[in-house]
Write a protein that binds this ligand. Structure first.
Ligand SMILES: *Cc1c(COP(=O)(O)O)cnc(C)c1O
Length: 436
């Protein structure tokens, strides 16, 4: 049901003039976001003890709260404490429990920023924060440090500076718009940003990271999809964390986006007490695929301040991936990643399938526990690659293939590079060598 009794109740408590059309008006939803303890109590029909109210107020002074009436209406009030919607949206005093490992900017997004709003971490793509607004403030937000901070509102000048940076760096072929939520910008403003980016010849794809299909599905209007359609190739990644979020309204939004020809992906954050369960995760990925959304990443929860209570051991993620690979369709399985503290980027983490190997055999195990042997080819003509592609027998239209510099382990594996080791900076042994 798209507009149920519970939603009607919430809507009526908020606005005397509410009607079905109001509820589905995304601007009405934004205007009526729940930001105070009083309103929360009245809508959920709960009464918090005085001490808890005081602590909660303290939490919200540091990390503000904002919940769309739509998302709030998904809460099951029978068991608030364990409700996955409640846990993701309602402030908790546990956010004040900082651990020694917590950091304000664990991914060094601000440090790896050549101009405000741009994080240039990987060679060929950038993260571009174009909006600081979110419909709902996810309690597990990795950019909690910026939530509700008026200083981090990117103005037109800042956006222009970001676009200039992209224009001046021809290696950037993929621009990832995030925020905040880019879909909270007005359709015409986003249209302008996309138009400007499109004019840059080396920008091949634009991606948008948005949680609106989950927390404000009514934002996906026909005007929005018609606008997006004019800027292909556009890819969208959304952020479903629990099967209960895949409602009729969310499905409508996803259908509109998919029908606009936009490939859809999903990034889930592994959250203690929300989705740290193989069975929940399997149900989620199946629902996503049913709605033409490809699970993209499963994130280990970052080390941002205030997220201690959401973190699981890495082993929980590996257990979940183990329960998916082989057991269900390959395209249901996201890549489990840890975003490296200090700005190293996303590092994939997987169960091990390669058990052992000899010079002619590889021993593998499958998801059922079967241990099997793959025989290596007896004759494989090894080609020494000197990167002289003109002389190579493999066929590659060179004009289509960009030159690139080998980095990291790739460099160690390459024939054409003589590097034999990667040594950390300030290594004592190399320092001694220099001294002697
Ligand atoms: C996640 C991320 C990207 C995109 O990474 P993909 O693996 O290509 O999805 C780009 N830049 C930054 C800073 C990121 O955090």
């Amino acid at each position: 049901m798209i507009f149920n009794k519970h939603q009607q109740d919430i809507a009526e408590k908020m606005d005397l003039n509410v009607s079905k059309s109001n509820w589905k008006d995304w601007k009405w939803q934004i205007k009526h976001c729940v930001k105070s303890i009083d309103l929360l109590e009245s809508l959920l029909e709960i009464k918090l003890p005085f001490e808890q109210r005081v602590l909660l107020k303290k939490t919200m002074d540091k990390f503000p709260m904002s919940i769309t009436p739509y998302y709030l209406s998904l809460i099951n009030t029978d068991d608030l404490e364990h409700d996955p919607i409640f846990r993701q949206s309602v402030a908790s005093v546990r956010e004040l429990e900082f651990s020694n490992d917590d950091m304000k900017d664990p991914l060094h997004e601000d440090k790896d920023s050549p101009v405000p709003g741009i994080t240039h971490r990987y060679p060929d793509r950038v993260l571009f924060l174009v909006s600081n607004r979110c419909a709902m403030y996810c309690r597990h937000c990795t950019r909690k440090r910026k939530v509700g901070d008026v200083d981090s509102i990117p103005g037109k000048q800042e956006i222009l500076a970001g676009i200039d940076y992209i224009r001046n760096n021809p290696e950037i072929r993929d621009v990832l718009l995030s925020g905040g939520d880019p879909l909270l910008l007005s359709t015409s403003y986003l249209d302008w940003i996309l138009t400007e980016l499109e004019k840059i010849e080396h920008v091949e794809v634009i991606r948008i990271g948005t949680r609106t299909p989950v927390v404000l599905p009514y934002r996906i209007t026909d005007a929005m999809t018609n606008m997006l359609k004019r800027h292909h190739p556009i890819w969208i990644n959304t952020h479903f964390n629990h099967p209960r979020e895949v409602t009729a309204s969310a499905r409508d939004a996803l259908t509109k986006l998919a029908n606009a020809g936009i490939p859809l992906g999903n990034q889930t954050v592994l959250l203690a007490g929300v989705n740290d369960c193989p069975r929940i995760m399997r149900s989620l990925v199946h629902k996503l695929v049913l709605n033409r959304v490809r699970p993209y990443y499963l994130y280990q929860c970052d080390l941002s301040e205030g997220l201690t209570h959401f973190r699981t051991p890495v082993g929980k993620g590996i257990e979940i991936i183990e329960s998916l690979i082989g057991h269900t369709s390959g395209f249901c399985v996201p890549t489990y990643v840890i975003d490296a503290p200090g700005g190293g980027g996303k590092i994939p983490v997987m169960p091990n399938y390669l058990i052992s190997w000899s010079t002619n055999k590889v021993i593998l195990r499958n998801y059922e526990g079967v241990i099997t042997t793959y025989k290596e080819p007896l004759s494989y003509e090894q080609t020494f690659c000197d990167r002289n592609c003109d002389e190579c027998n493999l066929q590659l239209p060179l004009e289509d293939a960009a030159e690139y510099r080998a980095v990291g382990i790739e460099k160690l594996l390459a024939d054409y590079d003589n590097t034999i080791a990667i040594v950390p900076e300030n290594n004592d042994r190399t320092e001694r060598r220099k001294a002697s």
